[in-house]
Design a binder for this molecule. Sequence first.
Ligand code: ACO
Length: 448
Amino acid sequence: PKNVGILAMDIYFPPTCVKQEALEAHDGASKGKYTIGLGQDCLAFCTEVEDVISMSLTAVSSLLKKYKIDPKQIGRMEVGSETVIDKSKSIKTFLMQLFEESGNTDIEGVDSTNACYGGTAALFNCVNWVESSSWDGRYGLVICADSAVYAEGPARPTGGAAAIAILVGPDAPIAFESKFRGSHMAHAYDFYKPNLASEYPVVDGKLSQNCYLMALDSCYKVFCEKFEKLEGKPFSMAEADYFVFHSPYNKLVQKSFGRLYYDDFLRNPSFVDEAARTSLEPYKSLSGDESYNSRDLEKANQQASKKIYDTKVQPSTLIPKEVGNMYTASLYAAFASLLHNENSSLVGKRVVMFSYGSGLTATMFSFKIQEGQGPFTLSNIVTLMDVAGKLKQRVEFPPEKFVETMKLMEHRYGAKDYVTSGDCSNLPAGTFYLTKVDSMYRRFYARK
Ligand code: ACO
């Protein structure tokens, strides 16, 4: 099979959200801290009737229906998530309910977990399967789903929630350039979830930023080396039309792009323009550690890369800024934003993707974009995904109601024997929602 990659995708995020500006005022943070400091506009969250399973059910059923995919045509289904509802039973098994009617139980794959990286692991598994000798000609289906919630404090405004379903197969409009992949994997305690009684992570915010940037440098280096070896010419930012980043909050994406710019400058000053060469010169011989901790360098990088950021990165930032960190779904929501904003003008373009999961695992890889065929065209994906429509249909909660919801969810985490309000008035038609958890912790869902 040729041009294996993404044939179709759909995204679901809860319509319930809180504005960062309102949250900032409510939390007593200084004006602009969340909106400019973190670069975020809004945060979506699950209320008691939604969870990672209901969001996944919604995303998968919506994708199958919109593209009229016969459920029998799915041969592998992989889920990436770090939202633990059960330590043994996979989210994938819940999704098998959607295949019962068709009688298709012959679907490989389970869940992949490592912080925000699980979605990428799931996607690679599906792509590798289609490219392998065990492929049986059917589609792969990837689900990236998370509800990102933090304890009260500085990390709380970086929450978010979403599920993305991705159909994988050959002759795809969004094709993997499989040979160009650079990974960086190491042991770190930057963000982890050791307390199994709580949904909240333990997070060292500063360390997690440094780990992210260090992994970015390392992946970019390997990516460039592989590119040069295979293409016989050096890779610089000029070789890619867009860069899409895992997006915990937009400010980190701005910093990341600045960092890649600095990497290019270090690799070969002629990769950057004259003015940037002059402004980055004083930082040429900083050690790695010094460079991660230099505020002046960070500023100089961002300044130097600002114009290119606007063309190569900004189009991918819409959903992450509006919805927040969606963990495994975050990178793919950023990519969905790029599709939404650039549509068919992406044909012939190269998109570089950077996936990061704390703990830590990271990979840089790339897509080559084509128009596609049949229902699997760029413009059809954009139309059916309807990002603008979904953003418009949202229901804004005041911060007090958001905090109240977080309290209730804390209480419900790991609990049994309760019935939810069943109030689905805020949810769009076709959305799955949680109705009850029985005395055996079994979860029950209905569809609006
Ligand atoms: N106006 C404008 N900017 C402001 C204002 C203001 N009034 N107040 C603060 N800021 C800026 C700060 O200068 C800082 O920007 P900078 O980084 O460019 O200097 C930014 O807002 C954040 O403020 P800080 O005080 O530095 O940090 P804070 O204590 O608010 O914590 C953090 C931010 C660390 C990102 C926290 O939200 C967090 O821990 N999040 C979760 C961890 C995370 O997302 N890590 C990323 C990778 S791992 C993952 O994906 C989960």
